[in-house]
Write a protein that binds this ligand. Structure first.
Ligand SMILES: *Cc1c(COP(=O)(O)O)cnc(C)c1O
Length: 338
């Protein structure tokens, strides 16, 4: 038994999800003739109260195309220094959109409307024009932290007053909604574009969806083609998405509960300096200076436990659909013995 807590992306489709995929109705999506992907897109658009949704092979592509939709070359995206779009998408903001990022020094990947106001460039011709505010919920590098929804509403007002687009990277938006009891319509009401992942907590093998109204999404289909992201019989994947929306959202609360239990055990260990507050399914902790990170990881590896190092003695565990009760019991035992 291997306990893999490196990411919630390591899950494999369950038998029932696979069965649903095997019986999917499919067609050529480049002709927009795949009935199941059309159904998934319509359903997600409706869930968020938007006019349009488009399926993507990855969350990075959905985010990068959102940025392209909101910016012109030379313009600037306001985001947190922890943002996935800035740190983990290969500098795509510069590469694909010829735009730059103005980084906010936030708290665990989150910031305030006042900080957005400070980050907006003055109108003089020699500044880069600020055109988009980008946030992430939950925050990945911030340890699965959830925003206070009020702050989104405050930032929305600033965006409106300054003619800025507002995009949310919702790779783990489902975790935030379950943890904070929020609704998809609330998000649709505040954001211009929303990217959601089906392949993280929801357990699909592939898939992200970008959601927004027609006016902003007009170029999304041709941009997806330009980025090389058009696909054919993707109903097989869209079926997994539909299955996950029906079956795998509420259960995220179990992942959150287990992450908190892991955190409680870690907090009693001598070798650990600090644990980030645990709100969802991500546990980030820091080892004491005298503990060797590589040795610690190897020690767990020998016990068939895989977790990930984030540099500077920080480590990450992520709970997910394939992390069973049996694995949880074993992990708790091993952690207690450290
Ligand atoms: C995983 C993730 C993405 C998208 O990742 P892909 O691997 O490209 O699907 C985007 N944003 C955040 C915060 C993520 O954690």
């Amino acid at each position: 038994m291997i306990i893999d807590l490196r990411s919630d992306t390591v899950t494999k489709p369950t038998k029932r999800m696979l069965e649903a995929m095997m019986s999917a109705r499919v067609g050529d999506d480049v002709f927009r003739e795949d009935p199941t992907v059309n159904e998934l897109e319509e359903r997600l658009a409706k869930m968020f109260g938007k006019e349009k949704a488009l399926f993507f092979p990855s969350g990075s592509m959905a985010n990068q195309i959102a940025i392209k939709l909101h910016t012109n070359p030379g313009e600037q995206v306001i985001c947190d220094k922890y943002a996935h779009i800035y740190n983990y998408e290969v500098g795509g903001v510069a590469f694909h959109s010829a735009a730059s990022c103005k980084l906010i020094d936030g708290n665990r990947g989150m910031f305030t409307a006042e900080q957005v106001i400070e980050a907006i460039n003055p109108p003089e011709y020699y500044y880069s024009q600020s055109s988009l505010v980008e946030v992430e919920n939950t925050t990945n590098k911030g340890g699965g932290a959830c925003w206070d929804f009020k702050e989104f509403e405050n930032i929305k007002k600033v965006c409106k007053a300054n003619n800025l687009g507002f995009h949310i990277d919702g790779a783990r938006i489902w975790n935030a909604m379950v943890a904070k009891n929020e609704t998809t319509l609330q998000y649709g009401n505040v954001f211009d574009t929303i990217s959601v992942c089906l392949s993280k907590g929801l357990g699909c093998p592939v898939g992200s969806v970008l959601i927004g109204d027609e006016d902003i999404m007009k170029q999304s289909l041709s941009l997806r083609k330009l980025f090389g992201g058009n696909m054919r019989q993707i109903g097989y994947l869209a079926t997994a998405g539909l299955y996950a929306l029906d079956n795998n959202i509420e259960r995220l609360a179990d992942d959150h509960k287990r992450a908190k239990e892991i955190g409680e055990v870690l907090s009693k260990l001598q070798i650990i300096k600090k644990i980030e507050p645990i709100e969802t399914n991500i546990v980030i902790f820091e080892l004491n200076d005298d503990v060797d990170e590589t040795q610690f990881l190897n020690n767990l590896n020998e016990k068939n436990i895989r977790i990930i190092g984030m540099g500077s003695n920080k480590l990450r565990m992520v709970t997910h659909l394939d992390y069973t009760d049996q694995m949880h019991d074993k992990l708790m035992g091993v952690l207690k013995s450290l």
